[in-house]
Design a protein around this ligand. Structure first.
Ligand SMILES: [Zn+2]
Length: 414
């Protein structure tokens, strides 16, 4: 979520404020236990991979007519994937089921895909016959898991909240085993509903033509940074994510992601004095807007802008001053492209960071009185120094944003 900016008084220098948040809780995977009518939309053959499941049921058919096994009773059974079925419920919700079978083929059926966790057997160490200690050999298998201590050392050696180097080239087993360690250390989580990403892609249906150029720019930013087509434009009939205008006035947001859709506040989007104040929109002249996160009047989210002399009402907080530069229309365009890029970042599994230079920045880790789920630590103000270019304001992805999105792909969140 991107919270409403507090409007400053414009002279030549203007004021704005930020707070960016993710909306409420993310819907947990829908469970398929209630009776319902389902329609099979698509059946795909998939590579045979080993999985385990600890909850949910196995169904006799993709129409989910009959539960044949409670997976609680098969915690130690390895199942192999055969095909994936996309279904649609009567409420028109998409869900994915995987047809799996155990090794002998006796236990087989359809399982809700999110309940299947990739299974990597523990390393087997083969020790040679110890005739002479020097001939003793250990042969680790290719899928040896990294130890928790070694993983922590890599995390400690990497910049704060920024997974780099070896952290982005571990094995599938490492990512599956240490998922919660990664979530906690890099403020990430599986935030998109099941079905938003298919084959690492989401297709966005933009409900308002007016928003399309903004969405296109936001998609291009992620696509080019990640080196693949992660986001594409979809249609009303064929899409996995929707994007359109909504009403953020009451709850105070400019942008919000709810698991399967993004909304942009209609009123503020159509108000050209927002968030920087009145601007000569037709002018091609470059202007500079100076902003501060200082909240000297003590109102709002803790931010307002105060031009040259910042007044620190609270000695414990660090306030940040920055300047955005461009033609008035560029500044406004960047602002809204930044909002959409930020919300798409949530869909990729990225929560906030305290770094103003990130597209995923938020001034506080606490939103609506609640801490976010996956957070390395709490914060109440940005960590960057004065003059840092705001990632969301300028619609610019930082290296940290990109590295985190690479990590969430490895974790299977998109
Ligand atoms: Zn947010």
């Amino acid at each position: 979520m991107i919270m409403k900016q507090k409007r400053g008084i414009l002279t030549m220098i203007l004021a704005a404020v930020f707070s960016i948040g993710i909306m409420g809780s993310i819907n947990p995977a829908q469970n398929a236990e209630a009776k319902r009518t389902v329609k099979i939309v698509k059946v795909q053959k998939v590579a045979s991979k080993p999985y385990r499941a600890t909850k949910g049921y196995m169904y006799n058919s993709a129409k989910l007519t009959k539960k044949i096994h409670n997976l609680k009773n098969y915690k130690n059974t390895t199942f192999y994937s055969k095909k994936r079925v996309t279904i649609k419920t009567t409420q028109n919700k998409k869900a994915y089921y995987t047809y799996v079978a155990n090794k002998s083929g006796k236990i087989k059926g359809y399982v809700y895909s999110k309940y299947l966790k990739l299974y990597q057997p523990k390393t087997i160490t083969i020790v040679g016959i110890p005739t002479d200690p020097s001939t003793t050999q250990t042969k680790p298998t290719a899928s040896k898991l990294i130890s928790k201590t070694d993983l922590q050392s890599l995390i400690d050696a990497s910049p704060d909240l920024d997974p780099t180097g070896q952290l982005l080239s571990l094995t599938a087993g490492d990512y599956a085993t240490y998922q919660s360690v990664f979530d906690k250390n890099f403020n990430v989580g599986d935030y998109a509903n099941d079905g938003v990403f298919n084959n690492d892609q989401a297709s966005i249906y933009v409900r308002s033509a007016q928003l399309i150029p903004y969405v296109q720019k936001a998609m291009d930013k992620w696509n080019s940074a990640l080196g693949s087509t992660v986001f594409t434009l979809g249609t009303a009939q064929d899409h996995s994510l929707t994007l359109g205008f909504g009403n953020g006035q009451a709850d105070g947001w400019d942008g919000v992601f709810d698991g399967s859709g993004v909304e942009v506040d209609y009123v503020s989007f159509h108000d050209s004095t927002y968030p920087y104040g009145p601007m000569p929109l037709s002018s091609s002249q470059t202007i500079s807007v100076k902003l501060s996160t200082d909240d000297s009047d003590g109102a709002g989210d803790g931010m307002a802008a105060h031009v040259a002399n910042r007044v620190h009402y609270d000695a414990t907080n660090h306030y940040l001053t920055t300047t955005v530069t461009g033609t008035p229309s560029q500044l406004l365009e960047n602002y809204w492209v930044g909002v959409i890029t930020h919300e798409l970042g949530h869909s990729l599994g990225l929560d906030h960071t305290p770094y103003f230079g990130d597209i995923m920045a938020a001034q506080s880790s606490v939103e609506d009185g609640q801490s976010q789920e996956n957070e390395k630590y709490n914060w109440t103000d940005y960590k960057d120094s004065d003059g840092t270019q705001g990632g969301a304001l300028t619609a610019t992805l930082s290296q940290r944003d990109i590295d985190r999105a690479k990590l969430t792909k490895l974790l299977g969140y998109w």
